[in-house]
Design a protein. Structure first.
Length: 397
């Protein structure tokens, strides 16, 4: 079985295609909200659980009413997929993996529609969606795997007004890489984005800080626009969104390059189980922590390791990686946050704080991998005890 992989491309719709997709986005949002309201009301008033089949029957009845007859004007597949997504959201909620589903907002929610194989045609590199005559004008920034046929197509529009289409295909190139004997420990930080146990330090590019002046100016202009649905305010909103999109695109590209290299060069990768949500509560460092994108880095690292047959070990956040001497194993009494280099009182070895932490994480992760002892296991339940990283409150930027 080949791994399924999504290939995302930008496209430029015609006026008629943009209008059709905008109608589809609105209908998807309407159906999702109506189904969520129906399920919530049924449980609140009658203690009755409504499943996907019941909401699908409701959708058929809604289409027959005069008030909601416009739902027949768009493809029925994205509407059914919205109901399936709602069912998944409730499944995650009852499994305590997510919060209760929320209603979609016209202004804030992501605009997207999902099409299955019955609602699109993909031939000779051209993609034509249901209810459309002409294929989408796509920018093929990278080729699809040879002979790949999409099983699902997702069309979306971001806040900056850009249109994207994501093709889900089976990629035969995603397979385990030849085994390596190398292992690396990684300590995440702010001055240096990552510090490896090998001594390598990866600089934090600080994409948000580089564009902070432009962003502040654009947000100031937006704040001076009259609130409402005016064209000038919408134009100012798009300008802010374009700057945010530029920042996130550059950050994501940088993280992809780092994680791909780490997965290719190492068989085992040891990281720390950071509680980023709790770290974001620090008002002085929240902006820098958000710009570092530690959660996105870990997510990329884990799914790429799964693709290519690598192992990622997360060491418990309470493990004293900074205060423990990587040479003799002596635990220091205290470690002030401003102290970046220190000397062990036991063996006299001088340590760089981040390099020492990375070495200790590597040793602890290998111990867990070998015998499952030495470090408490990672907490995986959402209701687990919240904790902050030992050295999360680093020096102010």
């Amino acid at each position: 079985m080949h791994a399924k992989r999504a290939f995302k491309y930008r496209f430029y719709p015609t006026d008629s295609q943009a209008a059709e997709l905008s109608r589809t986005f609105g209908c998807v949002r309407k159906v999702f909200n109506m189904a969520l309201a129906a399920r919530t009301e049924a449980w609140t008033l009658r203690r009755e659980r409504i499943n996907y089949n019941a909401t699908s029957a409701m959708l058929t009845a809604w289409k027959k009413t005069e008030e909601l007859a416009y739902l027949n004007e768009v493809s029925s597949v994205p509407l059914q997929q919205a109901l399936r997504h709602l069912q998944t959201a409730f499944t995650n909620f009852f499994s305590k993996r997510a919060k209760y589903p929320r209603f979609k907002s016209r202004k804030k929610s992501r605009k997207s529609a999902e099409y299955t194989t019955s609602a699109f045609r993909f031939r000779h590199g051209e993609l034509t969606l249901a209810k459309m005559v002409e294929p989408l004008e796509m920018v093929w920034s990278r080729p699809l795997p040879e002979g790949a046929q999409p099983s699902t197509v997702t069309v979306s529009q971001d806040a900056a007004g850009r249109w994207f289409v994501s093709l889900l295909v089976e990629d035969p190139d995603v397979k385990p890489l030849p085994g390596e004997e190398t292992a690396v420990g990684i300590d995440a930080g702010l001055e240096h984005l990552l510090t490896l146990s090998t001594g390598e330090k990866i600089t934090n590019p600080r994409h948000e800080r580089k564009d902070r002046a432009r962003l502040s100016k654009a947000q100031g202009e937006l704040s001076r626009k009259a609130k409402g649905n005016g064209a000038n305010r919408a134009k100012a909103c798009r300008k802010v969104a374009r700057i945010h999109a530029r920042i996130s695109d550059r950050r994501r590209d940088h993280l992809h390059k780092i994680t791909t290299r780490l997965v290719r060069d190492n068989q085992t990768i040891v990281i720390e189980d950071l509680s980023v949500r709790n770290l974001m509560k620090n008002g002085k460092l929240a902006r820098a922590i958000s710009d570092a994108a530690w959660s996105e880095f870990r997510s990329m690292l884990e799914y790429k390791a799964q693709w290519y047959g690598r192992e990622v070990i997360a060491v418990d956040r309470w493990f004293p990686s900074s205060k423990l001497c990587s040479n003799c194993g002596m635990l220091q009494d205290g470690m002030p946050l401003h102290l970046r280099t220190w000397t062990c009182c036991g063996c006299g070895t001088s340590h760089n704080r981040d390099e020492n932490a990375a070495k200790n994480l590597l040793a602890a992760g290998l111990a867990v991998s070998a015998c499952g002892a030495g470090v408490r296991p990672q907490r995986s339940t959402p209701s687990g005890q919240s904790a902050m990283k030992q050295e999360a409150l680093r020096r102010e930027l």
